[in-house]
Design a protein around this ligand. Sequence first.
Ligand SMILES: [Fe+2]
Length: 439
Amino acid sequence: MLSREDNELLCRVGPGTPMGQLLREYWLPFLKSSDVERGGQPLRVKLLSEDLVAFRDTSGRVGLLGEHCSHRATSLALARNEDNGLRCVYHGWMYDVSGRCIDMPNEPEETRFADKIRHPAYACTERNGIVWTYMGPREVPPALPDLEWNMVPEDQVVIWRNLQFNNWVQGLEGNIDSSHLSFLHTRLTADGDGFGGGNRGLWYADKTPRMEVRATDYGVMYGAGRKEDPDNSYWRVTQFLMPFYGMFAPVSPAEIPLQWWIPLDDHTVMKWDVRLNPNRPITEEERARLGFGDPGGFAEPNRFDPYTQFRLAADQSNGWLLDYEAQEERRFSGVPSVNLQDKAVQETMGPIVKRHIEHLGTSDAMIIQVRKRLLNAAKALRDHGTTPPGVGQPESYRVRSATTILPNGTDWLEAVGDKLVAFTDRPVESAEAQIRARV
Ligand SMILES: [Fe+2]
């Protein structure tokens, strides 16, 4: 459980909140480069409870501006994307990506009023098809984190995203929760039913992982040990990287996972889900097998409403497509895909889960430590101005998750060793590969 006060502190991310200030110390990967076309229509964006507009100017630079025009507050989502700036359609004021007012045609030139206007604007940068923004206080933003998936060519990654109507921490806590695999995502038939197949963690006989949690420079990690056979243990090593990244254990050698959670506001979060092959492009067959895409598909998107972007059709109104007969015969949850299963349980917890009514057990050890890490970092920043973990330490993000099978009693962290190091040519080994090698 968590006190009401700490829960508020953990979850709220608007301007001036301690957690909001913490998140603003980090770069946020919040759009794909392809979302904003050069000289194309602006996109209304909600980020950390702020109303914003993203666009790509005629020179190709991405801008992220306050949504409401500095003149009379009309939305710049309506604006014209003209020569190197956005022009408000109400009275023609025009802003460049840095927030300078570069034209004010409805005021006399000699007042030089335009020079006095500084419109809210956040720095953006792009790397390998992803747009990052820095909403923090530093004059010079820190370096981007050295996250492997964003530093290899784009054809080595698959990216999925969808909106969830729950607080961002609820999403993150699903990523680092090993024991739910054996329940929520379990299928009841040997061959599965087309969704969630192939992930050993989903059907493992031992449903009681022994959690061993370790603090790291950049966050927290755990080894979750399950019985493989009388002599061996199966370990899933999962990483949390400040402030919102989770790397659960890889399913196959070709697909290293990463998820992150970008809060639109306190009650809405964009889930980003990536698979990375560190060595080569992902094949079409692998892309298909990854199983991204949910029954029901997406609702119709609208560039003026951020809550329609990547919004799944499956939600409370249709019971997340839960099929009660399937619950008896095919899937533990009855909900048809792994992604929808997570969405259903996280959304039904309420927009912000009441953590003061929880009863956490040993299987929740990672969740407890991650909350502490986030809360301590937010309080240290608020009270002492302490630079949060990982900020200005891009190389600390050069890590992976891992799975492995080890003789009982082996120190998993020592044994797993360099499997956790990113940017190596060594193929990623999975437990499945180890099993195949032993047969
Ligand atoms: Fe899950």
